[in-house]
Design a protein around this ligand. Sequence first.
Ligand code: HQG
Length: 182
Amino acid sequence: MDSAALVRLSRRLSYILRHDPGSVGLALDPQGWVAVDELLAALGSAVSRADLDAVVAGNDKRRYAIRVGPGDRDEIRASQGHSVPVDLGLAAVAPPPVLFHGTSAAALASIRARGLERGGRHHVHLSPDVTTARAVGRRRRGPVAVLTVDAAAMAAAGHRFYRSANGVWLTDHVPPEYLRTS
Ligand code: HQG
């Protein structure tokens, strides 16, 4: 598979493993895992195990994880970003003092009023550095804004933080008082 085809496969995996496994007749287990051989069967003969491994290993954000599951069967899941109900089993951890969120400048008024909301995802996604946050914000139309989150104050107030396997920081909601424009 060439690199463009691998990117397309990654997008397709993201859709299946995060949002709609039923679209190809799959069901995830409660932690989001599905057997690799079942996934390959669902994807059809154009996708090989080597293609799948290339997407998992080569992915810029390490979006997918493969493990040896029960019965020695390889299993795959998305590391974060689900809209279907899954329990990733992440333990709450102390965050760094500040975290960042990249978004569209057009969303700022609403974010200042309501805080950062998780929308269709399970959590609000936060970045460990400004560069990553800016890249996340660039996915939106128009000018990008980067917000700084006072994670230390949030943690002190009892808000929980989680870190996904690929380094994305997750929390339920960021109230407006913990946000400032960077
Ligand atoms: C915005 C990608 C108005 C929020 C990235 C964001 C990330 C509000 C959008 C991951 C709001 C939701 C997640 C409020 C939040 N008013 N707008 N009160 N609260 N928003 O895609 O954080 O490529 O669900 O600022 O790298 O952009 O999928 O979240 O613009 O890690 O692996 O609502 O997606 O990873 O958008 O991105 P999203 P996100 P993947």
